[in-house]
Design a binder for this molecule. Structure first.
Ligand SMILES: Nc1nc2c(ncn2[C@@H]2O[C@H](COP(=O)(O)OP(=O)(O)OP(=O)(O)O)[C@@H](O)[C@H]2O)c(=O)[nH]1
Length: 314
């Protein structure tokens, strides 16, 4: 019998106690403001990848925080920006869909610099939204001396609305308890949507691919912009070690060269760092084998995008 159909294998979800609150919080913002860092910090484990290169996050990813009083499901959305190619369009479309499917919107901005056109673009998108919105000033640890001017530049953008403003640092954790309490306060009473010990809705394989992609983005920086997709081809579990075979798909031969590096040095460095991250994720020994493949123009082709796991959500 297929194990998936065996009902006794399904996780059980307890009945929530009286007064329990729950709901979905959409983390929205421009690329690179710290949305993924924030979600990881709030749920206490790395499930969303982060990097100094913008547009790191591609798919919707849920992070689940369960406390005694509440369950908050965070929906990390790809940064909203004006799209230039078909992957970009899917990313923005998914972010807009996410806005409609949540109970509270946490609009995150980078308060180490003043507001700009990109912030105004998102606030315009949110004008017609009915859910409560919180404006989160992130990167408080990096604010310069003229922080009051910066705070004012954001406050003036939302002066016509009654949105609360909270300041925090996703990196240091400063102000996050306050943020968590404000979110719980605004949530309605509700059930456990997920088992209390679950921290994400994504399968482990997806996160593994993301952890590999994170190392590529960090190590190759601007040289391999966004033309990389990871396919986890095989996972073999043995009692001692989990063997993972993953293909790194790039668009051009030149990118393949960069990815492999001199005498394979780049691929080796990526593999070593990603292996360490994956070991933390699965709490066990990992053997990671990486291959590089050239898939011309994968970003333009919706079919190929679907194969690599990028969903367009209606
Ligand atoms: N100093 C400081 N840096 C931060 C903070 N939060 C995030 N960062 C950094 O900002 C960069 C972008 O963070 P991400 O979490 O990847 O940003 P994101 O909004 O998810 O980015 P996209 O996936 O592009 O939408 C990373 O280098 C983070 O380390 C913060 O509170 N303080």
């Amino acid at each position: 019998m297929n194990d998936n159909l065996n009902l006794s294998n399904l996780p059980t979800i307890p009945v929530a106690p009286e007064g329990f609150k729950s709901g979905f919080v959409g983390i929205i913002g421009r690329p690179n403001v710290g949305k993924s860092t924030l979600m990881n910090q709030l749920i206490g484990q790395k499930i969303a990848i982060t990097s100094p290169v913008s547009q790191t996050t591609r798919n919707r990813l849920r992070g689940i925080l369960t406390t005694e009083k509440a369950q908050i499901i965070f929906v990390d959305t790809p940064g909203i920006h004006k799209p230039h190619h078909s992957l970009g369009k899917i990313i923005v479309k998914n972010a807009k869909t996410a806005i409609n499917a949540v109970d509270i919107i946490l609009l995150v901005v980078d308060s180490s610099t003043k507001s700009g056109g990109g912030d105004r673009y998102i606030i315009d998108l949110l004008k017609t939204v009915n859910q409560p919105i919180i404006l989160g000033l992130n990167k408080s640890d990096q604010q310069p001396e003229n922080y009051q001017e910066i705070d004012e530049s954001y406050a003036s953008l939302i002066q016509d609305y009654n949105w609360p403003i909270l300041k925090f640092s996703a990196l240091t954790g400063d102000g996050l308890e306050n943020l968590q309490n404000s979110l719980i306060e605004q949530l309605d009473f509700g059930p456990y949507y997920y088992p209390p010990d679950l921290i994400t809705d994504q399968p482990e394989r997806f996160i593994m691919g993301e952890l590999i992609r994170e190392q590529i983005l960090q190590m190759t920086r601007q040289e391999i912009p966004h033309s990389v997709a990871i396919a986890i081809e095989k996972v073999e579990e043995t009692p001692k070690v989990t063997k993972i075979f993953a293909a790194i798909n790039v668009e051009r031969n030149s990118q393949k060269g960069i990815m492999i590096g001199q005498k394979g040095s780049m691929l080796k460095a990526i593999g070593t760092a990603a292996r360490e991250q994956i070991q933390k994720l699965i709490a066990g020994e990992v053997y990671l084998k990486l291959f590089v493949k050239v898939e011309p123009q994968w970003r333009q082709s919706n079919l190929r995008l679907a194969e690599f796991g990028y969903r367009v959500e209606e």
